[in-house]
Design a protein. Structure first.
Length: 133
């Protein structure tokens, strides 16, 4: 909800951004619970590179299942980190839930920037910083 409001304030089409990210992803995953889409994620970049850009979108209903969501995302990271050594993502600074979740997953701030006038952070996940159990 926070993220959607921030994107609308920046005049960004969330649907278009997700579609473009999905199309550009070399790895994609959908999480479905009881036949309903809970979230989608992907990694853009080339298959042969050890680096990639990760993105995640979850439904409001998925937020009612935080433990399951965290486990699924951690399993996804574990699978991806078998072939990647460095992942980055962009998190809007004012999206407090996304910032907390990124820190929980083991991401760290690599750089601070602005996107369409909004404060953002480029966050990174490295195999050397945290091993997913």
């Amino acid at each position: 909800v926070e993220h959607r409001s921030l994107l609308m304030g920046m005049s960004v089409s969330a649907h278009r951004e997700l579609r473009d990210a999905f199309d550009a992803s070399m790895w994609r995953k959908a999480w479905i619970l009881d036949g309903r889409l809970m979230g989608i994620a992907g990694i853009t970049g080339t298959v042969s590179s050890g680096e990639g850009n990760v993105w995640l979108a979850v439904s409001e209903e998925a937020l009612k299942h935080p433990i399951s969501l965290a486990r699924l995302v951690l399993r996804g990271l574990e699978a991806v980190m078998l072939v990647k050594r460095h992942l980055t993502t962009i998190v809007l600074k004012d999206d407090r839930a996304a910032v907390r979740f990124a820190y929980f997953l083991g991401f760290h701030v690599e750089e601070r920037t602005t996107i369409n006038g909004a404060a953002a952070m480029i966050m990174a996940f490295d195999t050397l910083v945290r091993k997913v159990a």
